[in-house]
Design a protein. Sequence first.
Length: 135
Amino acid sequence: KYSRDQESDEGPRVTAQRAAQTAAAERDGMTYRRVTERDLEPHQMTIVNWRRILAFLAAVRAIDISSERDLVAIKLSAAGEGITLGELIDDAEPSSHPAMLAAAFRLVQEGHYEADFGTKALSLGSRLVRKAVAA
């Protein structure tokens, strides 16, 4: 939805539609929330980066990256304070770079590691760190 649509005078049809959507969500145990471009604006860097990452993951989806995933996890664990994507692939064969990067992205996507994808443009300088465990 666009914010201008929400700001306009909502007639009975729009009110009924919103009530039906809210009821359907609650019936399924969900919370209904309308999101506008104003809600998304502060997250533009994250959106741009993850669109690139998801396209990258889709491009390697037919490749078994389990061995690269293990290698990436070992390198990330040994790095202590974190590691950049460039450092991660620095000593690897160039042919393995796509699979290693995909493995790193997958580990971030699954919540095992964190990255600065929300504050900086995705690059070989993007830093990955072990996700802090809640106490």
